[in-house]
Design a protein around this ligand. Structure first.
Ligand SMILES: [Zn+2]
Length: 487
């Protein structure tokens, strides 16, 4: 009998191993062979132009009263003067004075247009941080082949890169078959409601349907994926949603010399702890599965084996993601208490306490499912939930990796950046591209630049900088992407 049981177990085991091996052997590479193209000459003034763009303080301030329209007017003038062909040949329309929409008419009106995005505004440099910068954050300084300044990475590289590319093509007499739009918002860092949202509405009213949209969001980096030595380019095919929930509680206060058994602060603290101790369930969403399908075949046998069998081994893969905050953000709706308010004096027990919790929502969930789960976890009717009038966004739809748009971007990356592995991914932050979801199913998020260990953390931070060679590659990339997609 025991012999029979062992034999049966052995047969089952062999069966499982056979399935696992079958899956791994059929897990082929998704990296098509593409020949790198010769490096095209770019305008020798491009670096100087980029530097000038960084010197203009197009800051989106925390407080709208601090908005400096002079700087945005300077940027308008900079674009018009620096790119005279683009300014005169393309149709230009300004929205709320500072957001730019350029239209380059294609010769074949039957083709749906493409839209390339960037944003003009940057995050502020805090007064107290200026002395920690090695250079003037708005000096546009170039030294040792590197350009320094707020906006170098996020996102003036896109604006300048696209304008240089279009100006170059125009100077060569290039005429696209497909209409091309360039859309540069001026308030991306504070939600994009006066820029991207208005431009998208205008296009929608015109009945425009886009072939694809290209925005910021991904980049190329080496050493970001465990088990892959080659540089990896990640192209965002979806982005997480954004929701802030305010928790509030009112309990009679009193003097701190005679505290009751429970105070507003106690109850609220407990609720926040419960939320942190009960994270949202981890799962592999569609965009992350796509990342694994593209990267898995390039990895070592053991990793490939696990990924090729992700339906059996999902928990193993999830625990790998959970090991780092950046990995964890890809597999669940995250919970971040960001503001905690209560109390005015050290000897008074406050009767009111409130906290704001910021959630980044995984595709497949909604604001409602998140709020319902928050109520369930807190399980305390005394706590009131409200959604403050802050910015809220649903997770995006997932763009199709089999679309012509993705394939064109994939091929163009390989033509310009040799040896790069391309993978779709989930963007954990938010971009202005969310406003264009009514105009196309195909929204891709990628900046054509290679980031390294030193500069990867500098955007929105100190000493934002980028090698000049990256600007030149970005221009080459946009030129090629226009050529590849506009025919
Ligand atoms: Zn940005």
């Amino acid at each position: 009998m025991i012999k029979k049981i062992l034999l049966a177990a052995l047969v089952i085991l062999i069966g499982i191993v056979a399935i696992l091996l079958f899956n791994v052997l059929n897990f082929g590479s998704k990296q098509p062979p593409v020949e790198t193209i010769d490096k095209r000459e770019v305008n020798e003034k491009a670096t100087g132009n980029y530097s000038r763009a960084l010197q203009i303080k197009t800051v989106s301030p925390e407080d709208p009263a601090d908005f400096d329209s002079t700087q945005f007017n300077l940027f308008n003038a900079f674009l018009a003067e620096t790119y005279p062909l683009t300014d005169s040949i393309l149709e230009k329309k300004l929205f709320n004075q500072f957001s730019h929409l350029y239209k380059w008419n294609g010769s074949n009106p039957a083709l749906n247009p493409t839209l390339f995005m960037g944003h003009i505004d940057v995050v502020p440099v805090m007064e107290e941080n200026i002395e920690d910068w090695d250079v003037d954050p708005f000096g546009g300084e170039v030294k040792d082949g590197i350009i320094w300044g707020r906006g170098a990475i996020d996102d003036k590289i896109s604006v300048v890169g696209l304008m240089e590319a279009v100006e170059l093509l125009l100077s060569e007499g290039y005429k696209p078959k497909r209409t091309i739009y360039l859309a540069f918002g001026h308030d991306e860092e504070i939600g994009g409601v006066n820029g991207a949202q208005v431009m998208s509405k205008y296009l929608e009213d015109q009945g425009v349907i886009l072939d694809f949209v290209m925005d910021e969001g991904g980049a190329i980096a080496t050493g970001i994926v465990d088990g892959i030595a080659a540089p990896v380019a990640v192209v965002g095919i979806a982005e997480k949603g954004f929701l802030t929930v305010e928790l509030g509680i009112k309990i009679e206060g009193g003097h701190s010399s005679m505290p009751g058994p429970e105070t507003a602060i106690d109850v609220l603290s407990e609720a926040v702890v419960k939320l942190k101790r009960n994270p949202f369930p981890a799962r592999l969403s569609e965009p992350v599965k796509q990342t694994l399908r593209y990267l898995g075949p390039e990895m070592s046998f053991t990793r490939k084996l696990a990924i090729a069998n992700m339906y059996f081994l999902e928990s193993v893969i999830l625990s790998g993601f959970e090991a780092s905050p950046s990995g964890n953000a890809l597999i669940r709706t995250t919970t971040s208490p960001t503001i905690f308010n209560s109390g005015v004096k050290d000897n008074i027990i406050p009767q009111y306490a409130s906290a704001k919790i910021n959630f980044r929502i995984l595709p497949g969930e909604t604001g409602e499912t998140v709020t319902n789960r928050v109520k369930e976890v807190i399980d305390d009717d005394r706590i009131e939930l409200s959604a403050p009038q802050d910015f809220t966004a649903l997770p995006s739809a997932v763009s199709d990796v089999n679309s012509k748009g993705f394939e064109t971007i994939h091929r163009t990356i390989k033509e310009i950046f040799p040896g790069v592995i391309v993978a779709p991914n989930l963007v954990v932050g938010g971009t202005d591209s969310r406003y264009y979801r009514n105009l196309t199913l195909n929204i891709f998020r990628f900046n054509p630049m290679t980031l390294n260990q030193e500069n990867i953390k500098t955007f929105h931070g100190l000493n934002e900088r980028l090698p000049i060679a990256e600007l030149e590659n970005a221009i080459r990339f946009y030129v090629r992407l226009i050529e590849n997609s506009a025919q």
